[in-house]
Design a protein around this ligand. Structure first.
Ligand code: PAF
Length: 295
């Protein structure tokens, strides 16, 4: 695996790959790699001839200077995790490769960025959209892989790729979870043992609320009891817990064919996010599972 830090060096390689008819898959990351990232690398291998992982801790997507300072920087161990997976390039751009002197452009996606994390982390999605656009262009990717755990981020990136005519296909990949259901995240490392014991309740409560909505309970009631469930289980506060339309994140008062229940909640100073699908298609899945169990 090559480690490349300059976009001019990367360009030589990607140009040669494309000339040789090879497709390029990219997995953008901020490092601190866990099994969730590694599953994106596997997905990239299954779709592309060459795989690039990018590692850039993007200052423009952090609202608080303190969060940026605290973000883990683990390039060496990240590289070690990627070698056995057959990654071709780890691209670790220097800050000036992304934000040259006088940088004055922002990619800002409206609509899907509104509300949810967009409301509680102002400017965050502008930072994400700007850096992802640059990384997709610099890597000359044919396909790019993002986890559904950051569901709103995934929709923002899908939107910008369509709107800016990027030739890349954006591929959303399922959330990877710990055995107890907690969605994998580099933030989980910041949970102390009490908080770590409480955290899996987030997925449990979300799944129960999703099932209740699918069975016909009003969205308001299901969301209300999910909120209570989280606070009773020990979560400190909830930034949002909302049902949205899966395709464009439009708010939903009632269930629809394809919805998404999304949450952001605080647990002992750590902000955790998660989401689950809600809809008629997953309800028919649940019915099928019920039939199988009763036989
Ligand atoms: O999800 C992340 O790790 C980051 O938001 C991303 C997509 C790499 C952009 O910095």
């Amino acid at each position: 695996m090559k480690i490349i830090r300059r976009k001019s060096d990367l360009r030589i390689l990607t140009r040669n790959w494309h000339r040789a008819g090879k497709s390029i898959g990219v997995v953008p990351t901020m490092g601190a790699l866990h099994a969730g990232h590694l599953s994106l690398v596997e997905a990239a291998h299954s779709r592309a001839d060459r795989v690039i992982v990018t590692l850039f801790v993007n200052p423009r997507q952090f609202n608080k200077a303190e969060d940026l300072k605290k973000y883990p920087r683990t390039e060496e161990s990240d590289a070690q995790k990627l070698v056995p997976l057959g990654v071709d390039v780890l691209y670790v751009p220097k800050p000036e490769e992304i934000y040259p002197d006088g940088f004055a452009t922002t990619v800002s996606v409206s609509g899907v960025s509104a509300g949810l994390c967009g409301a509680t982390r102002p400017g965050h999605f502008d930072g994400v959209a700007t850096v992802v656009t640059k990384l997709l262009l610099q890597t000359d990717a044919d396909c790019a892989f993002f986890g559904e755990k950051d569901y709103q981020q995934l929709q923002v990136i899908k939107r910008l790729a369509i709107d800016l005519d990027l030739k890349v296909e954006i591929v959303g990949c399922p959330t990877i979870r710990e055995a107890d259901g907690l969605a994998m995240s580099s933030r989980n490392l910041r949970l102390n043992s009490t908080a770590r014991d409480i955290a899996p309740v987030i997925k449990k409560v979300l799944s129960e609320a999703a099932t209740d909505i699918e069975r016909g309970q009003s969205v308001r009631l299901a969301v209300g009891s999910a909120r209570n469930g989280l606070i009773e289980a020990g979560l400190d506060s909830i930034d949002y817990l909302e049902l949205r339309r899966a395709s464009d994140l439009a708010p939903l008062e009632t269930s629809c064919e394809s919805g998404r229940l999304l949450v952001a909640a605080w647990l002992q100073g750590v902000r955790l996010i998660d989401n689950v699908p809600v809809g008629i298609s997953s309800l028919s899945g649940a019915k099928h599972r019920l039939t199988v169990q009763s036989n």
